[in-house]
Design a protein around this ligand. Structure first.
Ligand code: FAD
Ligand code: ZN
Length: 468
């Protein structure tokens, strides 16, 4: 990295916030430990003006910028390349809640705010910011919006895009676009906000956002149900939507092997139900009192038992019991990491196509890779599965990956695309799926995306090599 650029960066953010030596692995190694890069400098701005100054300095030097929030991304999107020539822009110090408008039901927060702190700021005012995912204790708002994160409440509240009313962005030229409007209606031209959301840092740097809040539900009840087949789980989803309406806030499915992994690596977690082919986690949020919410939920579960959609069910008797059920679900990615090397897929399908997809793809993979173990769980209510493959037990995991990952992906993605699905429902493209995107997205869509990229980032310095 040129000394003049380092000097300009130090002048922009202060010398102590430009890191060039020591252990930088917190920034250079990803959560899955699959990508390790080397940053020319890690730069930690504390304000929007400082971000703009950093971007201008990098633009003048022709130096690429990789933005990073909590570094929990799963597709290698926030890790610099190994050249040592890129600036890693860490937004973590930009963590202020700028304000809450309780009448407008909006909150303005900086991009480096940890998701949990945004949820807490809303809760302190008796309100709800519904975006929720297992990484919420360390992922940041900027990362959530840049990946258009999903999580467990999408069924009722939508993904990060639908929860964002406005953005503040530093453009690739180092200008500040203040689009923090808290308006629910604004039809004045192209929607710039929606261009930056989900762009994975390739079009500009998000520095703050205006978020939608909701009244907090008065009652929240959780249940776990055991089901013999995935097709019946899909039928249960339809029944739950019919009976509980918009009160159905989560519908998560977990395959038997996914929960076996949790049991193996987190033996202290309580298991309310005996192992079954499928477990479904349902959450019902209501604006009326707890007793009527429980009664509605109990009636649904009784009807589902009666219809043979489930074999067993447990309704959480307390908030703590409900949280323990959620902990089972949220421990699956951690249990998978503890078990060792795996291939992750984060796919979306029409809900009506999910069961047939799983049956056919399970069969194709186990025939091709004897001993491979399928870890299947996810947001069935959104047609989004984390359909992962844990390498055969006892073998050389890294070697299995080197030899087979592209072919495994081909089997899975061909089956997804054949059924009208998507190769990424929530984690994004990053470095991991860039070639798959190029191979599978329509040429017209790709050409439009490339033109947008060139128009907004003519020098190609915003997170190069990601997405496109
Ligand atoms: P990072 O990893 O730091 O960055 C992610 C991407 O956004 C990178 O491309 C980066 O360059 C870009 N970026 C970050 N900040 C900015 C910014 N301010 N401006 C421009 N670009 C930026 N994801 C889901 O959608 N649903 C889930 O249920 C879910 N569960 C998860 C569970 C676990 C245990 C883990 C580890 C991850 C999970 N994820 C999930 C993935 C991840 O947490 C989300 O993608 C999260 O939104 C990333 O936030 P982050 O701050 O860590 O972003
Ligand atoms: Zn998910």
């Amino acid at each position: 990295m040129k000394p003049e650029l380092l000097a300009a960066l130090r002048a922009a953010v202060g010398p102590t916030q430009v890191l060039t030596e020591g252990d930088l692995s917190a920034y250079e190694l990803d959560w899955r430990r699959r990508w390790r890069g080397r940053a020319g400098a890690v730069v930690r701005p504390g304000s929007t003006a400082e971000v703009a100054a950093v971007v201008r300095a990098c633009a003048a030097a022709g130096t690429a910028i990789v933005p990073q929030g909590g570094n929990t991304g799963l597709v290698g999107g926030g890790i610099p390349d190994p050249s040592g020539s890129q600036v890693l822009l860490s937004l973590g110090r930009m963590n202020r809640i700028r304000g809450v408008d309780t009448a407008n039901l909006t909150l303005v927060a900086e991009a480096g705010c940890v998701l949990q702190s945004v949820q807490q700021a809303a809760a302190e005012r008796g309100l709800l910011f519904p975006l929720s995912l297992a990484a919420e204790g360390s992922c940041t708002l900027g990362g959530n919006l840049s990946t258009n994160a999903g999580g467990t409440q999408v069924l009722r509240f939508g993904n990060a895009r639908e929860l964002c009313l406005g953005l503040e962005v530093v453009t690739a030229e180092g200008e500040v676009w203040d689009g923090l409007s808290g308006l629910r209606k604004d039809n004045t031209g192209y929607d710039l906000r929606d261009l930056f959301i989900g762009a994975e840092g390739t079009l500009g740097i998000l520095t703050a956002a205006t978020l939608k809040l909701f009244p907090a539900p008065r009652a929240r009840v959780t249940a776990l149900a055991a089901s013999p087949t995935l097709a019946r789980c899909v039928e249960l989803l339809g029944l739950a939507q019919a009976r509980l309406g918009a009160g159905l806030t989560a519908f998560e499915v977990m395959g038997r092997f996914a929960l076996e992994l949790v049991e193996r690596h987190f033996p202290a977690l309580p298991r309310p139900l005996a192992p079954a082919p499928w477990a479904v986690l349902l959450e019902f949020s209501a604006s009326d009192d707890e007793d009527s919410a429980r009664a509605a939920f109990e009636a649904l579960l009784a009807e589902a038992l009666d219809k043979g959609l489930i074999d067993d069910a447990a309704l959480a008797a307390s908030l703590a019991q409900g949280q323990a059920m959620w902990q089972l679900r949220e421990s699956i990615p951690l249990a998978q990491a503890a078990e060792g090397v795996n291939i992750k897929h984060d796919i979306a399908l029409p809900v009506s196509a999910v069961a047939a997809f799983v049956e056919a793809t399970d069969a194709a993979l186990t025939a091709q890779y004897p001993g491979a173990r399928i870890v299947n769980f996810g947001h069935l209510g959104d047609g989004n599965l984390h359909y992962n493959l844990q390498v055969p037990e006892g073998g050389d995991g890294e070697r299995f990956l080197d030899e087979n990952e592209p072919a495994v992906n081909r089997i899975v993605f061909d089956a997804v695309v054949a059924r009208g699905g998507s190769i990424s429902a929530e984690h994004g493209i990053g470095a991991l799926k860039r070639d798959e995107l190029a191979a599978r997205k329509s040429p017209v869509a790709l050409a439009l995306m490339r033109r947008i990229k060139r128009a907004l980032d003519p020098q190609g310095l915003m997170n190069p090599g990601r997405v496109l």
